[in-house]
Design a protein around this ligand. Sequence first.
Ligand SMILES: O=P(O)(O)OC[C@H]1O[C@H](OP(=O)(O)OP(=O)(O)O)[C@H](O)[C@@H]1O
Length: 156
Amino acid sequence: MSLTTNKMFYVSWEAFHRATKELAHQLLGRDFTAIVAVSRGGLVPAAILARELNIRVIDSICVASYEHDKQGSLRILKDASLEDNAKLLIVDDLVDTGETARALREHFPQACFVTVYAKPQGKPLVDHYVTDIEQDTWIQLPWDMELAYSKPLAEH
Ligand SMILES: O=P(O)(O)OC[C@H]1O[C@H](OP(=O)(O)OP(=O)(O)O)[C@H](O)[C@@H]1O
């Protein structure tokens, strides 16, 4: 993910849960036998989708992006042990530039790739998503935030 402006989209746990359940509605009736969560961001939506769609075989692929010289490529720290096939559901929280999604699509060409949030650049790479987010907006996910005191407006 890259932050180019300070536009923020704050997501509460409830909002994230609701959006992921909407994603589950889109996928209902499809015959998925297993989920691969893209760690780390995909772990939470993968758990929610597994519950809603009654999928009990869950695996993960652990990735990190190269930050300097090899920008754009992805390092696989741990691969999934499940074989690529059309009944495999690959889950991530969001698609931004699409670099992660592109690499995962190459890795799992037959699988269905879904995210909860999608920015315009990455959107064409996902099969299903729920919420559009502008490219220059940073998505603040609930596990990256905590409750904090907010000063009354009159005191600002
Ligand atoms: O479309 P892209 O530009 O590739 O960005 C999307 C990726 O970025 C986030 O992961 P992040 O790199 O923040 O790692 P993390 O999930 O382990 O925190 C997110 O979970 C996606 O996997």
